[in-house]
Design a binder for this molecule. Structure first.
Ligand code: SAH
Ligand code: AVI
Length: 328
């Protein structure tokens, strides 16, 4: 068992040579497909994480402020129902909404430990330092890792566990992987544990498309950042400015896609993989899907993972939802 001294801060990294290979594997696999694709986790290097934080402040990106409002309204109820002593947060990023939950736990006198989990090493370190300073006596156990592969490295819970997965990041999985991921998540809840899941809701496509194609062009920069990552990490020579940002809502699948469209024919060399990739003029590379949810979809996905909805919290305009669930 991990040391769990009151107020102790530790950060463990589970990223290694395998993970550098994971970018290489994803590029080799994704750029040689008929519809070129890269998984969204590679968007979040230090610059990508900063750009995402800027997105959260945009007027068009309603998700962050709405989820914060929901948490502010219902955090006490979540803590009363779960008695949570530990908050595990997957894809914690800069953890701006986390304080709302930690404050409610502290107010109820149950708060013992916070466990941020993120692939972005710099943010896990920064958040661990900052929150341990802000909350006297709080133990922080940071995990730098991939939430699809490293959940077995979570320390043993000191008491009832609440696993938060906020921001709508669950929507970045395609439907099948989403259910597989939730099954894995259900396993780490332990006895009496709960999950708190933030999801964006189905709504007018124009509202959704504006949120992913803001007037200031921040989302476009965030999207293009993945090409900078591949250039830097794998010695590729993408002409980044020769790709335009595309965001469109797929009404049948009820998800939005971000793509990068080559403005013209482009030949790309990926030195580390000894790979040559050709883009036709206007050919697109998919960089993210972001699924939007209905109550039915949520209940179906949770049930498929052996989870049952305890409460579905939403805002007055029903833009966003935060679901509390436990094992059946
Ligand atoms: N929870 C925050 C941040 C959401 S952005 C919020 O609600 O605002 C998504 C976060 O998930 C980023 O910090 C990114 O680095 C992280 N992330 C994406 N894919 C990941 C993966 N496979 N494993 C761990 N973290 C991941
Ligand atoms: C992190 N994730 C839930 C964001 C989303 O809305 O899908 C990432 C994002 N992509 C474009 N803007 C924000």
């Amino acid at each position: 068992m991990e040391p769990s001294l009151r107020g102790a801060v530790v950060v463990r990294s589970y990223l290694g040579p395998n993970d550098e290979r994971s970018l290489a594997d994803d590029v080799l696999d994704g750029l040689t497909r008929p519809l070129k694709e890269l998984p969204p986790k590679h968007l979040y290097d230090a610059r990508g994480s900063e750009l995402f934080d800027a997105i959260c402040e945009l007027p068009e990106y309603y998700q962050t402020r709405t989820e914060r409002l929901i948490l502010e309204t219902f955090a006490d109820d979540v803590v009363a129902r779960t008695g949570a002593a530990e908050l595990v947060e997957l894809g914690s990023g800069s953890a701006t909404k986390t304080r709302v939950l930690l404050d409610a736990m502290a107010g109820a006198g149950t708060l013992e430990r916070y466990v941020p989990v993120d692939v972005s090493e710099s943010t896990v370190h920064a958040v661990a330092e900052m929150l341990s300073e802000e909350y006297a006596g709080l133990s922080v156990h940071g995990v730098v890792g991939d939430f699809e592969r490293h959940l077995s490295h979570l320390p043993a819970p000191p008491g009832p566990r609440l696993v938060a997965f906020l921001g709508g990041t669950i929507g970045n999985f395609p439907p099948g992987s989403r259910r597989r991921f939730l099954r894995g998540l259900a396993k780490v809840l332990g006895d009496g544990g709960h999950v708190l899941l933030g999801t964006d809701l189905v709504k007018d496509p124009r509202v959704i498309e504006a949120a992913y194609d803001d007037g200031a062009g921040v989302t476009a920069e965030f999207n293009r950042n993945v090409l900078h990552v591949v250039n830097r990490e794998l010695g590729a020579d993408f002409d980044v400015d020769a790709f335009e940002h595309v965001a469109f809502y797929d009404r049948r699948r009820e998800w939005i896609e971000m793509r990068l469209r080559a403005l013209d024919v482009q030949h790309v060399r990926v030195e580390a993989l000894d790979l040559d990739v050709d883009f036709a003029a206007r050919e697109e590379l998919r960089t993210e899907i972001s699924a939007k949810f209905t109550r039915e979809r949520l209940e179906g996905d949770l049930a498929a993972a052996g989870l049952a909805l305890v409460e579905l919290y939403t805002d007055p305009d029903e833009l966003f939802a935060v679901s509390l669930a436990r094992r059946r």
